[in-house]
Design a protein around this ligand. Structure first.
Ligand code: SAH
Length: 384
């Protein structure tokens, strides 16, 4: 049984490697600047770039052989040499509340997740920015295996388009939250061109204000983000009102500290005039006490920002859980008492493991199979 399992896993991984090798030769049209340099390199006019972009972003027509306004030779070259999506959809789940989740297989075999959420009038995509995460927040599934690498710009932008392709004819992606797997500001270099493509009128044409980047709080990177010439929204994952508690929940806080994070947030406000969202994942018995709510209120009082309380989504291996709704309600009321707008996030897609990173984590563990030692022992006694 174990041997058969291993053979299947080897077959699957060999197939994946072959497919990856075949595709690796074909760059993605979504990579920043690629269309322009590719067209120039083959002696085509630059205005073809606009036509290509229109087909991909506006018309959602992914088959380049049908881009009939392009000369036939150019279409054939595109089909032979380029592709749009730098990943395959490995799994697609739909929750009872309409939330959809894509598990994406990147060319090098790694997995990331993208979520599409539907609310009245709003279609929000949640994108990942890294394979795994280095931050190690104790309640989060994404950080349990550490970080492998950052995503390329095409891999991030491709997620927005992949979610867009799930929508009906009259629907469009209206909002983007950069809150999937990974720490976005640790991959700001690749994220910035994506933010530009998302807001570009010839690209996704999404309003910058409707794009929210969520960070654990990297002060220097927050300053770089604030300096961008786009009115993007900033969310900071606070989770605690003092360093002692925050470091227990967010290990990287040890080297940063709340003061530096809040100072960077204040500079964002001064520079942009926009309010910051302070995210606070409520963990029963850890950061949900009445006194902690008062401390949070005192810390944020007078700052231009609001608090978004997030009841924790279950992550099996964390041993932590969300408090019930009375405790959540009481916490919110106390913070509101300090004049701070406080909302509680609605749970989405709970029945499809929409908790950030859970689907990927389960799949990675399954593919890794039993420990190597056990496999070797089996193959020694039962040759393949
Ligand atoms: N690294 C970034 C962005 C990814 S996490 C950050 O920390 O902000 C996006 C948000 O989801 C963060 O506020 C994070 O704390 C929250 N989150 C992660 N795991 C969660 C879980 N199990 N339940 C509820 N919220 C979670």
């Amino acid at each position: 049984m174990l041997t058969a399992d291993r053979t299947r896993t080897q077959d699957a991984s060999a197939r994946r490697q072959e497919a990856a090798a075949a595709k690796a030769a074909k760059p993605s049209l979504l990579e920043p600047g690629l269309v322009e340099s590719w067209l120039a390199g083959r002696g085509h006019s630059a205005f073809r770039g606009k036509q290509i972009r229109r087909r991909i972003f506006r018309d959602r027509l992914d088959d380049a052989s049908r881009w009939t306004e392009l000369p036939e030779r150019l279409r054939a070259e595109i089909v032979a040499e380029l592709r749009i999506f730098p990943f395959d959809v490995e799994e697609h789940r739909v929750a009872s509340d309409g939330t959809e989740k894509l598990l994406l297989r990147l060319d090098d075999g790694h997995l990331v997740e993208t979520v599409l959420m539907r609310e009245q009038g709003r279609r929000t995509v949640c994108v990942s920015t890294q394979v795994g995460c280095a931050m190690g927040c104790v309640f989060c599934a994404s950080g349990l295996l550490g970080v492998t690498r950052s995503l390329t710009a095409a891999e991030i932008l491709g997620q927005v388009l992949a979610a867009d392709r799930l929508l009906g004819d009259g629907e469009r992606i209206t909002n983007v939250v950069v809150m999937g797997i990974g720490e976005p500001l640790a991959n700001l270099k690749n994220l910035v061109p994506v933010l530009r493509a998302m807001t570009d009128h010839h690209g996704c044409a999404i309003g910058a204000r409707k794009i929210t980047v969520s960070t654990i709080g990297l002060p220097k990177k927050i300053d770089e983000f604030s300096a961008l010439d786009l009115p993007l929204s900033l969310a900071i994952s606070l989770h605690a009102p003092n360093d002692e508690l925050r470091t227990r929940i967010v290990p990287t806080n040890k080297g940063t500290g709340l003061d530096a994070i809040l100072a960077a947030a204040d500079r964002y406000v001064a520079k942009t005039g926009r309010r910051v969202t302070y995210e606070y994942v409520l963990l029963a018995g850890v950061n949900d006490a009445a006194e902690t709510a008062h401390e949070l209120g005192r810390l944020l009082k007078g700052r231009l920002g609001h608090v978004n309380l997030i009841p924790m989504n279950d992550v099996r291996e964390s041993g932590l859980s969300a408090p019930g709704s009375p405790a959540t309600h009481r916490f919110a009321e106390i913070v509101r008492g300090y004049g701070i707008v406080t909302t509680t996030r609605k749970r989405k897609g709970a029945d499809i493991d929409a908790a950030c990173g859970q689907l990927r984590l389960d799949r990675v563990r399954r593919e890794a199979g039993p420990p190597v030692v056990a496999l070797d022992a089996t193959s020694a006694s039962a040759p393949v």
